[in-house]
Design a protein around this ligand. Structure first.
Ligand SMILES: CC(C)(COP(=O)(O)OP(=O)(O)OC[C@H]1O[C@@H](n2cnc3c(N)ncnc32)[C@H](O)[C@@H]1OP(=O)(O)O)[C@@H](O)C(=O)NCCC(=O)NCCS
Length: 435
């Protein structure tokens, strides 16, 4: 209880149960949930709390990594617009930016690339256990298990209070994710694992580990390398999304970062997070030709189905990543030959963007509208789409983990619950209950 209206950056709350008024400070557009705890009917009842399943209106941290303005369609990593990073940077430089908070000097960049390049190999035992998965194991399940297993290879990673040690694990994880991702893919195909080729850049090496067969060196078309690199950049971070929240929540126990990132991979595996691009492909195939689009749109407007790849919880404007991906799709198809589904997608987008139904509801293409088409052009099976997402998101997860472990405000994640079950029952042993 404080002086009402003593501070203009505050919220005055009147508890009608007691008639008491409280003045709660507002900082950065939020109130501290702990301040609500003082609002209680008497000393013996718990203080007031908030109920917010899915954290739709609750900030869980302060973060300086990624800025998103969904109404204006803005996405920035460490203050740099995603459009500029996608066009002028590369994935490893963006990873450096996310992790360190600033762009590298030439010497810093060279050393970062060198470190990552020379940590792409994994212990031979990792190879043996990955070979032990069932022949049809989902690559995402393999990736999740393998990242988690790295914690057993680097037990020193538990020393999260040491900055040099944290740096070492971050380098290892960014370096090894493509190796684990590519091997998960090769396993499902029954093909031998390909070792990293340290002469190649990050993304070119990943493509080599995915697709190399008997040739001495696998050198992918530069345009394909660039397109995949851009996709990694676009997926590198996105604020407090479900998988990042999982990484932070598990990381808040002070576990090693491999275990925390394995939790992020698990969250990303879920269809509500990483799976919509596959649904877009299914939809485009079902539409089949541009002449069928008007009938399809009518069906969407009648509420019979959704236009997959449109709409976003945060973006109520064109998802800035979708614009960049559309351009990448065109570049990729120049190399791989056109896919008639791209024409359907572009026409669908054009019609939808002019249609009152979509305009009124602020429904624009999201990141998944074109990404599945690109992945398909690379001949990735749909199960691999989320693995690609996970490789791209790894620097973001780690930047957020780093922020978490250095943030004095953070505590072990332990949400409140509203208990709805029975109380104070009397237990009867089974010998009496069942007789
Ligand atoms: C992403 C998504 C779940 C966001 O949902 P949301 O923020 O909860 O938005 P709502 O479900 O409240 O939608 C608001 C309105 O737009 C409509 N709408 C939203 N997305 C739509 C879509 N893709 N196609 C047709 N109508 C859509 C809803 O039916 C609702 O209409 P109403 O007001 O007449 O009831 C939703 O847009 C969606 O399901 N999109 C398709 C799946 C997809 O592409 N997911 C990937 C996200 S990156």
């Amino acid at each position: 209880m404080t002086d009402v209206a003593a501070n203009s950056d505050s919220l005055t709350v009147r508890d009608n149960r007691t008639g008491q008024e409280y003045d709660i400070p507002i900082t950065d557009g939020t109130i501290n949930a702990k301040d609500l705890g003082q609002i209680r009917t008497d000393e013996n009842t718990p203080g007031l709390a908030t109920y917010d399943p899915g954290f739709v209106n609750t900030a869980s941290c302060r973060s300086a990594v990624t800025y998103i303005d969904g109404d204006k369609g803005i996405l920035e990593y460490r203050g740099y617009p995603i459009e500029q990073l996608a066009e002028k940077s590369n994935f490893l430089e963006v990873a450096y930016l996310l992790i360190h908070g600033a762009l590298p000097t030439k010497a810093e960049y060279d050393s970062w690339v060198h470190e990552i390049t020379y940590h792409t190999f994994v212990h031979e035992n990792v190879k043996s256990f990955m070979e032990g998965f069932r022949y049809d194991a989902h690559p995402m399940g393999m990736l999740m298990a393998s990242v988690g297993a790295l914690s057993t290879f680097y037990p020193d990673a538990r020393n999260i209070g040491d900055a040099d040690n944290r740096h070492m694990q971050i380098v290892r994880m960014i370096a090894k994710m493509p190796t684990l991702g590519a091997w998960s893919f090769r396993h499902a195909q029954g093909k031998p694992f390909v070792y990293p080729d340290n002469d190649l850049g990050y993304t070119a090496n990943f493509l080599s580990m995915l697709f190399k067969m008997s040739e001495k060196k696998f050198e992918a078309d530069e345009r394909l390398v660039k397109a995949l690199d851009v996709l990694f950049i676009l997926h590198a971070d996105h604020g407090q999304n479900a998988s990042t929240n999982a990484v932070r929540s598990v990381g808040s126990t002070q576990v090693d970062p491999y275990s925390a990132v394995a939790a992020g991979v698990g969250a990303l595996f879920g269809p509500l997070h990483g799976g919509a691009n596959e649904a877009v492909l299914r939809m485009l195939r079902r539409i089949g030709s541009t002449s069928e689009i008007p009938a399809f749109i009518e069906g969407v407007k009648d509420g019979n189905e959704k236009l997959m790849g449109f709409g976003h919880r945060v973006y109520k404007n064109y998802d800035p990543r979708a614009k960049i991906i559309k351009k990448s799709a065109e570049d990729v198809f120049e190399v791989t030959g056109t896919n008639p589904l791209l024409d359907i997608a572009k026409e669908l987008e054009k019609i939808a963007l002019e249609d009152e139904y979509f305009v009124k509801r602020k429904l624009y293409p999201n990141v998944d509208f074109y990404s599945g088409l690109i992945y398909e052009a690379f001949q990735f099976p749909p199960e691999m789409f989320t693995v690609l997402f996970a490789i791209g998101r790894t620097p973001g997860w780690l930047a957020q983990w780093l922020e978490l472990v250095q943030d004095k405000d953070q505590k072990i994640a332990r949400p409140k619950q509203i208990y709805t079950g029975d109380r104070e029952l009397t237990f009867t042993p089974s010998s009496e209950r069942w007789s």
